[in-house]
Write a new protein. Sequence first.
Length: 292
Amino acid sequence: MMQRRDLLAYGAAAAASAWLPVRADAAGDTLRLTYVESWPSSDLTTNIAMRILERDMHRKVRLTSTEAGPMWAAVASGRADATLTAWLPTTHHVYWERYKNKVVDLGPVTSGTWLGLAVPSYVPVESLDELEKYHAKFGNRIVGIEAGAGLMINTRKALGAYGMHDMSLLTSSTAAMQAQLKRAIERKQWIVVTAWKPLGIWARFDLKPLKDPKDVYGTAGHIDAVINPRLQRRDPQAARLLGELRVPIGDIQAMMVELDKHKTLEQVTSEWISAHRSQIDSWVKTAQAAHA
């Protein structure tokens, strides 16, 4: 998923080995975007940005996929020019606090992100503080994702905060969680899963997020474009284009569903660009008027 806070210490060291040095003259010819390919939202927005920069702004773009910590470190150091995968204010708070004086936040690409637990709409539970009462109906478990994800760390905190002594957190993967959710809904069984927005399950299934009165998971957030400040001087038009880019959370979730139907990433992003051509033309016109 997208909240790997435990990668902070790893980030700087991993970034040094994951990124090849770039000469100053070569850096001026190519825009370097870094992202997390295994996160569908990051993959989609970054590829949309790349296609617009290449086709409409006539820029050369190089993508480098890594993990969250190295991604932030690369932008801060100048080994990358930008990322469209800054989950703020909560999820990537630790990275923001470390690098905020070395980067520029251009604002949200996507707004309305959310982290927490979710259940199918037919389950008569509305809040985290109700889960323990129905632990047997849920099979005494919360279906989770990868062990290192920040969402899993917060869910372990939620178990204690809400006194869920009879519930355990099942470690699996994002794909396995979605498969178990699909199977449970087909059988009208009770299930509670770790979830976030944007994610394709919200477009595929009728789900409801559970209220978090103790604010264990934090508040709703956004995914921002964050750049190295040198980009604004080197290529103010490209920087402005990244600041103009907006991809609604509902569109991201719908595109995830299309990917689940085995459409290619190029097909899905190209279709989104075609459907938003007039808006993109406006962004490009604004960007082309930008000056250092």
